[in-house]
Design a protein around this ligand. Structure first.
Ligand code: SF4
Length: 245
């Protein structure tokens, strides 16, 4: 369940976030497991940082629940990767589904909503399912890195957000990979033989739904290939909570 403010104050969060900047990844993850157990869960879209983080958790015996947002529009390579990772680590990864099937979404909003209103499409297929999932958690652990884009460069390793104003409930968001760079992530993945999305070897640096993922130029940031042709740079899952407190 979401947190009450007396369970984790904003002052404590700020102190811990500073300490975590220089702490080993496994210590940061162990703190979350020790304090919250399975009320802390890892959300992943199978980007490199998430894979390196999950590998640390599995090897340390930290049995966080792990989930992914299945928009029903992921690349075949991504669905296949999910199965390969589950076999590699001997775990199960929950595929959180939207309320609407693609056919229901097309009937209500017209076909190929991602072409005319990607924000609405992301809300239906990612943000609302995530909100439903987070309502049962105290800590959401992500693979967000500062280096990924301008919108992520202020990310703290531990953050606290209002989640439900009416009931005064909060959620902690933990981004243990915030200070990792891309080279370190991929060096770890290769050194530890972790399965990864073969689309990376074809030049894709950030991989989401197939209609909204394109190759980015080498001089652009890692997420530049997402929603090409729109102002959009974030799907909303990392922005709907507003400002951290
Ligand atoms: S990334 Fe594209 S296809 Fe996927 S939910 Fe968002 S708008 Fe829809």
């Amino acid at each position: 369940m979401s947190l009450r403010i007396d369970e984790l104050s904003s002052t404590e969060v700020k102190t811990l976030a500073d300490e975590f900047e220089t702490a080993p990844l496994q210590d940061v993850l162990a703190w979350a497991w020790g304090r919250f157990g399975s009320l802390a869960a890892i959300g992943t879209s199978f980007q490199g940082a998430g894979l390196a983080m999950i590998d640390h958790a599995v090897k340390a015996g930290l049995k966080f629940p792990i989930f992914t947002l299945d928009t029903n529009l992921l690349f075949p390579e991504t669905y296949e990767l999910k199965q390969r990772l589950e076999a590699h680590w001997g775990i199960s990864i929950e595929a959180v589904q939207p309320d609407l099937t693609l056919d229901q979404q097309a009937a209500e909003n017209g076909p190929e909503l991602w072409k005319k209103a990607p924000d609405t499409c992301c809300t239906i297929r990612k943000v609302l399912p995530l909100q439903r999932k987070l309502a049962g958690l105290s800590v959401w652990i992500t693979g967000v890195r500062r280096q990924q884009s301008d919108t992520r460069d202020k990310t703290r390793i531990l953050e606290l957000y209002r989640f439900d104003d009416l009931r005064e409930l909060f959620i902690a968001k933990m981004n243990p990979m915030a200070n990792w760079d891309r080279d370190a992530v991929w060096a770890y993945i290769k050194a530890n033989g972790i399965p990864y999305n073969p689309l990376h070897d074809r030049g894709y640096r950030s991989i989401g739904c197939w209609p909204c993922t394109h190759l980015a130029g080498s001089g652009e940031n890692e997420r530049a290939g997402r929603w090409t042709g729109f102002e959009k740079t974030e799907c909303g899952i990392h922005t709907f909570l507003g400002e951290s407190i």
